[in-house]
Design a protein around this ligand. Sequence first.
Ligand code: PLP
Length: 404
Amino acid sequence: MNNATARIPDRLMRAVADGGPETVNLARRAWLKAAGVGAASVSIAALTQACSPTAAAGPTPAAAAAAPTGPAILASNESPFGPSPKAVEAMSAMLTKTARYANAETIDLQKKIAAIEGVDYEQVFISNGSAPILQVYGEMIAQKGKGELVSSVATYEGVPRAAEHYGAKMVLMPLTKDMTIDLDAMSKAATKKTTGFYVNNPNNPTGNMVDAAKLKAFAETHASATSPVFIDEAYLDLCDDYAGNVMTGLVRDGKNVIICRTFSKIYGMAGQRLGYGIAQKELAKELATAVRLGGINHLGLVAAMASLDDKEFVPTMRPKFAAGRAKLLEIAKSTGRPYAPNPQASFVFIDVDMPNKDFAAKMADEGVLVVGRTWPGFENWTRMCVGEDWELERAATAIKKVLA
Ligand code: PLP
C-alpha cells in the first residue's frame, strides 16, 4: 500500500500481556485444584492413545485431561475434538528438529494456502495464532492517535482493544434487532477520517453472520488505500455455507481487504498457535514483518500443513460442531431467556438475567466453565461453546439449577 497514513508503526508490537481474552487457564487450574485433580491424574497411556494417528474418534489429549473428573470447559471456543491425527503425526516427527528456524516451512505454508485461495503466495502472511494479526492491524489503523476504527459492539475485542490502546477514535455501532453486525449503521458511520473497519463473520460472541452479498458490497464500498476492511473469518469453517460466505474473492479482485484465519478453531490447534492473513501484496509484506517477529513456530507450521493435506478432517469436524451447536441451542431455548439467534460458529450467547461474573462463578461451582468476561451492554449475557457430549449434558443440568 502506498499511502503512508496506513503503514504499520516501526516499533514492534507488544505482547498481549494477559495471553488474550479467551484465556481461561487460571480458572481451569483453580477448578482442578478445588476438585483435587491435576495433570498427574491423566495417564501417559491415555495421552499416547489420544495422540495416535488412528485415534480420530477417540479423546484428544486436551479432552483426556478434562475427562469427566475435570470441569466441562466451554469457555474459550476451543475445539473439544482436537487436531487432525495427521497433524499430531507431523508434529511428532518434527519434535527432534525444532532446533532449526522454520523460514522455508513458512514459505511452504504460504504457498499451500495461496494455492487453495487462488492468490499469490506473497499475499499470504503467517503468524503465531491470528491474535497478533488483529493486534498489529489495530495498531496500524490507530496511526498514533489520528486513526478511527469503525466496527460493532458486541464483537471480538482483538482489533478494537488494540486500536483503542494506540489512541484510535472508536466508532462501535450497536447490533441490529436480530443481534447481527449492523453493516448499514457501520456504513453510515464511516467518515473521511476512518482508517479501518473490522467485521467478524461469524461474529464472536453472537455466533451469527451478516448477509454475504451485503458484506461484499460493504467492503467494495469502503475498502480504500487509506482504510482497509478487515474480515475476521476465525469461525467461517464452522458455518453451514462456507462457499457462499468466504470473502477471499475481494482480495483476488484487488480490494484493500484483509482476510484473517486461524487454525485455533475447527483445526483444534489453539495451544499450538498458527494463524494467517491474506491481503494485497504490499500490505501483506508489511503485516508479515510485524506479526512474524522472530519467526513462526515449527510445530505449528508442520501441523497446519498436515491439517490442510488431511482432506477428511474438515468434512469430519463440521457435522460434529454442528451437532454440538444444536445441543447448545437446545440449552439456550430451555432457559426461556433471550439468546442470539442463528448461531453459525461454535457457541451460543445467552441472556442469563444476572451479571455474567456471578453466573460464571455459579456454573464453575457446578463444574462448568463458561466465558468469564462480558461485552459492553451485555453484562448479563454469557457465552458457552461446543464441548464433548458429557460436557454439554453437564452444562444443561447446571444452567437449569443456576437459573432456577
Ligand atoms: N478472532 C476471533 C473472532 C476469535 O474469537 C479469536 C479467539 O478466540 C481470535 C481471532 C484469535 O484466535 P487465535 O489467536 O487463537 O488465532
